[in-house]
Ligand binder design. Structure first.
Ligand SMILES: O=C(CO)COP(=O)(O)O
Ligand SMILES: O=C[C@H](O)COP(=O)(O)O
Ligand SMILES: [Zn+2]
Ligand SMILES: [Zn+2]
Length: 328
């Protein structure tokens, strides 16, 4: 069942965070749905309610244009039928104004992100407000961004510029956006922090205090970039040096400070890269695309289960399901 992020955030606020996972292809979709239902190897395994989690499926502009946006949509529609127990939001990640309108008009996305954070404050407000007004008329909710993450974010090269708490409150008031992505020291990709710096929970606490009670915040660039996966990639011929990620122990700390959505893309890519490299290394005679694909879907499902455990969303599906069905 596709729901809005608002419905998920209400349940999560202050207690745990919902995993927001980017996908680009069929194998990632299957692994993602399995993992969020506590299944690993087969689609028809029984749901494991102790592990099952509500989640957000994110589609970036790059994912939409990788093949054709209609392919991803068809895969997700099929997944809804194959995994009828899943409760998730379909979210456009880092949209421009034009792409937001396209996603809203499609009737498929329950949530969009307008990212005008590279614009000056007033322009960011102006663009975000237009998207919010358009989206709300069609029942779609909007995530916006204020402040800039470090590193490269699609075609926006940002330098770390933490979100100002007072500006955040003003931004939310002026735009009416439903959730806000804040810059608290993280960046996209596998090379996040230099030295000992980490997530700026102190700044996050100030932002939470400045906003209305219960207002949902979003953490981008939240992959933990696990050493285990980086080492496996390198042992299978990869060349990733000096990687660094978010400490997984910070996820729940951030959730207690109002972060309801935690964005993870890079970690899924690392799992993908390690599994495919190992498969090609260990089975050089095999050229069947399903050989690494099968291993990847199971490994990705297991990884999603792990992530949901550290986010605190594992095991929450049952309660979310009963709340949503009681409401109907
Ligand atoms: O923020 C993200 C997508 O919007 C993903 O962040 P990572 O690169 O840390 O996975
Ligand atoms: O914000 C960046 C996300 O990780 C999406 O990345 P992508 O644009 O390469 O799909
Ligand atoms: Zn941004
Ligand atoms: Zn992001």
């Amino acid at each position: 069942m596709i729901v809005t992020t608002t419905e998920l955030f209400k349940h999560a606020y202050g207690k745990y965070a919902i995993g927001a996972y980017n996908i680009n292809n069929l194998e990632q979709a299957v692994g993602l749905f399995r993992g969020n239902l506590g299944k690993v190897k087969k689609n028809d395994e029984p749901v494991n309610e102790n592990l099952a989690a509500p989640f957000i499926l994110q589609i970036s502009r790059g994912a939409r244009s990788y093949t054709d946006k209609r392919f991803l949509e068809a895969i997700i529609r099929a997944a809804e039928e194959v995994f009828p127990e899943a409760i998730f939001a379909v979210h456009l990640d880092h949209g421009t104004e034009e792409v937001c309108y396209d996603a809203i008009d499609s009737g498929f996305y329950s949530s969009v992100m307008i990212d005008a954070s590279h614009e000056p404050f007033e322009k960011n407000v102006e663009i975000t407000k237009r998207v919010v007004d358009y989206a709300h008329k069609k029942g779609v909710v909007v995530e916006a961004e204020l402040g800039q993450l470090g590193g490269v974010e699609e075609d926006v090269a940002g330098s770390v510029c933490l979100t100002d708490p007072a500006q955040a409150a003003e931004f939310v008031r002026l735009t009416g956006c439903d959730s806000l992505a804040v810059a608290i020291g993280t960046s996209h990709g596998a090379y996040k922090f230099t030295g000992k710096q980490g997530v700026r929970l102190d700044r996050l606490a100030e932002i939470q205090k400045a906003l209305p009670p219960g207002y949902p915040l979003v953490m981008h660039g939240a992959s933990s970039v696990p050493k285990e996966w980086v080492d496996r990639i390198n042992a299978a011929g990869g060349k990733l040096a000096q990687t660094s990620g978010v400490n997984e122990a910070d996820y729940l700390k951030a959730a207690k400070l109002g972060v309801c959505k935690i964005n993870i893309d890079t970690d899924g890519r690392l799992v993908w890269c390690a599994i495919y490299r190992e498969s090609f290394r260990d089975k050089p005679e095999d050229f069947d695309p399903r050989t690494p694909g099968k291993v990847f879907m199971a490994a990705y499902a297991e990884y999603i289960i792990h992530k949901n455990q550290v986010l605190g969303s594992a095991g929450q599906l049952k309660e979310v399901r009963s709340l949503l069905t009681a409401r109907v």
